[in-house]
Design a protein around this ligand. Structure first.
Ligand SMILES: Cc1cc2nc3c(=O)[nH]c(=O)nc-3n(C[C@H](O)[C@H](O)[C@H](O)COP(=O)(O)O)c2cc1C
Length: 149
């Protein structure tokens, strides 16, 4: 499924929070298996991102329909999407907010990240069918306290 509502929660170990609506086919699969892979697409997959978020895995095989390649993960049973820039294998770290808020708290147990380009062109969902595309980078590293890097 396509997911726009997510956030980092902790750095070490890496925790990520994701909102998953209980009407999605993915919801029960993920809740029961307590595992998932978060795949990060780039703009060459924009069409697929939209179509995957507008169809259900209960009705179609999305890997087949959208021409994506499933690759075996190292630490979880869910597959990675080969065409994505980064893939984060996750195990459920906290299930207490799932039934109340649909909020899954994940621990990243294995990360796969392409080495180039350094700053990929990623998509960020603004809502209402509108996306923002990552753009210019501003390196202000020298102004940072080391502890904040
Ligand atoms: C751009 C975009 C962002 C989305 N973000 C979320 C999200 O953060 N959480 C969520 O539960 N559904 C989100 N959706 C909706 C699901 O992707 C959609 O309901 C999908 O059909 C679920 O697939 P499934 O039934 O195979 O699980 C989003 C859809 C789009 C197109």
């Amino acid at each position: 499924m396509t997911m726009g509502w997510h956030m980092m929660l902790q750095f070490t170990p890496a925790l990520v929070g994701c909102y998953i609506w209980d009407g999605n086919h993915s919801f029960e699969m993920i809740r029961r298996s307590k595992e998932c892979v978060i795949n990060v697409p780039t703009t060459d997959l924009t069409e697929e991102v939209v179509r995957i978020g507008n169809s259900s895995g209960a009705e179609i095989d999305k890997f087949k329909t959208f021409g994506l390649t499933a690759v075996r993960a190292r630490r979880v049973r869910a597959p990675l999407i080969k065409e994505c820039y980064a893939n984060f294998e996750c195990r459920l770290a906290d299930e207490r907010l799932i039934l109340k808020y649909g909020l899954f708290i994940w621990k990243v147990v294995k990360a796969h990240v392409a080495t180039s380009p350094k700053y990929p062109e990623t998509l960020h969902y603004r809502g209402e069918g509108v996306f923002m595309i990552s753009g210019r980078s501003l390196n202000l590293r020298k102004q940072f306290k080391p502890g904040n890097l």
